[in-house]
Design a protein around this ligand. Structure first.
Ligand SMILES: CC(C)(COP(=O)(O)OP(=O)(O)OC[C@H]1O[C@@H](n2cnc3c(N)ncnc32)[C@H](O)[C@@H]1OP(=O)(O)O)[C@@H](O)C(=O)NCCC(=O)NCCS
Length: 261
């Protein structure tokens, strides 16, 4: 199978030269595990092992990888789930190698997850994400059209990943309703209008506050404040339907009524 044209060493990514496809091969999955270690810097105990990738592939999940000249530079891992009488896919991990980011690869991996899911009869893909990660919030809500109306407190306990900065692993649940008007509008026209009734802000300094032990308490305060705001809004049946970034790099979740379901 084609794995991309020869590109040689590169400073920037030419998105068209990257091949994105499903993986069933052990060595390719091994390369995904290695990339996982590189991106999250997990200890071995926190790493999702090769065996789990193999199982995911065998039981109706998805391993999708991005290849540059045969080398894995991004991947998505999904497993099948079941809730409220419905089968769905749970996308557990999405990763793109540092120097390949912001060239649309993450979004392309998600779009292939969607195509493959629809071809197999799924209407929903879910995943969880850290609401303090401004880029992920923007990609998930604004660029892919996921919504969020559930909040899990300290989902995995405290993990070894430096990305988490020792904070509780609070997560929003992204629901990607693959056939919804909202998703179709966003994928076609980059927008799906709604009336925002509440905003929840994440300051751009959150990354440096998390990274430095002396300021970690400030990051924790942001997490505590936003956790309360999300729980209250979701109890009032609001959903996250939009995400704004400002020129300083801060983010803002916009909430409103989700009318499609
Ligand atoms: C999350 C991740 C997979 C995204 O991959 P990617 O290839 O960079 O994603 P894309 O380029 O498709 O989309 C990123 C979008 O965020 C935007 N973005 C970049 N930096 C941003 C920031 N600081 N704040 C807000 N948006 C930002 C990009 O401009 C892009 O939007 P655009 O398409 O409108 O230009 C990648 O950053 C990564 O591997 N992160 C570490 C692991 C992780 O957090 N995984 C997700 C949780 S499991």
């Amino acid at each position: 199978m084609a794995t991309g044209e020869a590109t040689g060493a590169r400073e920037t990514v030419t998105p068209d030269s990257i091949v994105i496809r499903l993986c069933h091969d052990l060595d390719e999955m091994r390369a995904c595990v290695a990339l996982q270690k590189e991106v999250w810097n997990f200890s071995d105990a926190d790493l999702v092992p090769l065996r789990m990738f193999v199982v995911a592939d065998k039981i109706g999940g998805q391993i999708i990888a991005a290849f540059d000249n045969g080398e894995v530079v991004g991947f998505g891992l999904s497993i099948p789930g079941y809730r409220d009488g419905r089968s769905y896919l749970h996308s557990h991990m999405l990763a793109v190698r540092q120097n390949y980011r912001n060239a649309g690869l993450g979004r392309r991996i998600k779009l292939l997850q969607r195509d493959d899911a629809l071809a197999r009869g799924f209407e929903l893909i879910e995943w969880t994400f850290d609401p303090l990660e401004i880029k992920n919030g923007y990609l998930n809500i604004e660029r892919l059209g996921a919504i969020a109306r559930r909040y899990n407190i300290n989902q995995y306990g405290i993990t070894s990943s430096p990305l988490q900065g020792g904070l509780p692993t609070d997560r929003l649940v992204a629901e990607w309703w693959l056939k919804s008007k909202r998703v179709e509008n966003i994928l076609k026209a980059n927008k799906s209008p709604f009336k925002p009734v509440k905003a929840i802000s994440i300051p751009s300094q959150i990354y440096e506050w998390k990274a430095t032990p002396s300021t970690r308490e400030r990051a924790k305060e942001v997490q505590d404040r936003t956790r309360d705001e999300f729980l209250k809004a979701f109890a009032d049946e609001l959903a996250v339907l939009g995400y704004e970034r400002d020129e300083k790099g801060s983010g803002k979740f916009l909430l409103g009524e989700w009318e499609e379901r």
